[in-house]
Ligand binder design. Structure first.
Ligand SMILES: *Cc1c(COP(=O)(O)O)cnc(C)c1O
Length: 398
């Protein structure tokens, strides 16, 4: 097929050319005296990205899911109660993992298209005067429905109840794209991965742990081996790893952290807001369609989940976009399968690049019979972008 594939699944995201190139390296001995210089370049960048001075970052050769497991098994004991909410496939999968690992999960099910119910958490935590709840789970950015949640409000719920439970946050599709504050929000375990805001191939699980979380390792009785933070801490102390690290991805990560540093984290967050606003204008003003996110306070700046009108199947739009226009859109998962398609807009992206996703989705919708006004999506998006100042950093060249 001529031309490139345009990738708008919300992970993996587009990898900048210089980050791709940085990974083309000959293999090295990961026990050599030179090797620790890699971790020395990575750890400080990750701490900045998590906005922490007190937390400890970890990188596993896994995907984000591995760090869900690391967060839980290093701090909790079998049968411990955890409080969680479910409103999409990713919040569901972490709950499912906790159940399968033998935890007692109290699930608050809320409507898909909404996010973490901080008020319900507050009530539940206040009522738990015996402190049975050992950890609270929160999905910062539910990639399946395009919903972002207020993690500061979850911290406030814990503080108001004077509750000592740990705060675990899944920010796999939030970190490096939307505002995340490990220290300010008193997060104990933050889980992420390489293939979203970090603009890398999949293959690294990224975790940040608070001092309080790390101290619990001595009493946490859940079985753990590969994801044991103790082994990591011991090896990382001298810049090494307890098993073979993903060398190429380390070089990629060093370069990606440089790209992030050069644009500036605040600028990156502003760019994601600006691009997402354009995409939402296309969906709502242009096409006259609904987002899965029920209210502006839930809108995600990294992914827009677009509801297809009654009588149509989102999977047909995705299939048409892929086969006819070489555009990859994100699928509706589980409960929302067929009801929506997703346009990922995170990572290395600008207006014109994102326009390809909007135009591709629009042509595919028209082809399957969805009656949107031809050209209306890009008209609305470009109107937004042309009338708003681009965030500093967007026009930098590197
Ligand atoms: C992508 C994603 C995950 C899963 O991460 P993997 O790297 O695929 O294991 C978990 N949570 C959220 C919110 C995600 O977007």
């Amino acid at each position: 097929m001529a031309g490139r594939n345009f990738l708008f699944v919300p992970g993996p995201s587009n990898v900048p050319d210089r980050v791709l190139r940085a990974q083309v390296v000959s293999m090295e001995d990961h026990r050599s005296p030179k090797f620790p210089s890699l971790w020395e370049q990575i750890a400080p960048g990750l701490k900045k990205l998590f906005r922490t001075t007190t937390g400890t970052p970890f990188v596993f050769p896994s995907s984000g899911t591995g760090c869900w497991e690391a967060a839980v098994t290093n701090t909790l004991s079998p049968g411990d109660k955890v409080l969680a909410s479910r409103f999409g496939q990713f919040s569901h999968l972490w709950i499912d993992m906790c159940t399968r690992l033998g935890l007692d999960v109290e699930v608050i099910d809320v409507e898909w298209g909404t996010g973490v119910p901080a008020d319900q958490y507050a009530e539940r935590l206040k009522a738990d005067t015996g402190h049975q709840i050992k950890a609270v789970l929160a999905c910062h950015n539910e990639t399946a429905t395009g919903v972002s949640s207020d993690i500061a409000a979850v911290r406030k719920a814990l503080n108001d109840a004077k509750h000592p439970a740990l705060l675990f946050v899944d920010t796999v599709s939030g970190l490096g794209s939307i505002d995340f504050r490990f220290d300010d929000w008193g997060v104990d375990m933050a889980v992420s991965g390489s293939q979203k805001g970090l603009m890398l191939p999949a293959g690294l699980g990224v975790l940040c742990a608070s001092q309080k979380a790390l101290e619990l390792r001595t009493t946490a009785k859940m079985k753990r081996c590969y994801f044991d933070l103790g082994d990591m801490i011991n090896a990382n102390a001298t810049g090494y790893f307890p098993y073979t690290p993903a060398l190429s991805l380390f070089y990629g990560l060093i370069e990606a952290l440089k790209v992030i540093e050069e644009e500036g984290l605040d600028n990156i967050i502003a760019r994601h807001t600006y691009l997402a606003e354009g995409c939402r204008a296309a969906v709502q003003k242009g096409w006259g369609l609904q987002l899965c996110a029920k209210d502006p306070k839930w809108y995600s700046n990294t992914v827009s989940a677009v509801m297809v009108p009654e009588g149509f199947n989102g999977a047909d739009v995705i299939s048409r976009a892929y086969h006819r226009y070489n555009v990859s859109l994100g699928a509706g998962l589980s409960k929302v399968a067929g009801k929506l398609f997703r346009i990922g807009h995170l990572g290395d992206l600008n207006e014109v690049h994102l326009s390809a996703g909007i135009v591709g989705a629009e042509m595919a919708m028209l082809d399957v019979g969805i009656k949107v006004q031809p050209g209306s999506g890009i008209a609305a998006a470009s109107e937004y972008w042309r009338n708003n100042e681009p965030p500093a950093g967007l026009l930098k060249r590197w």
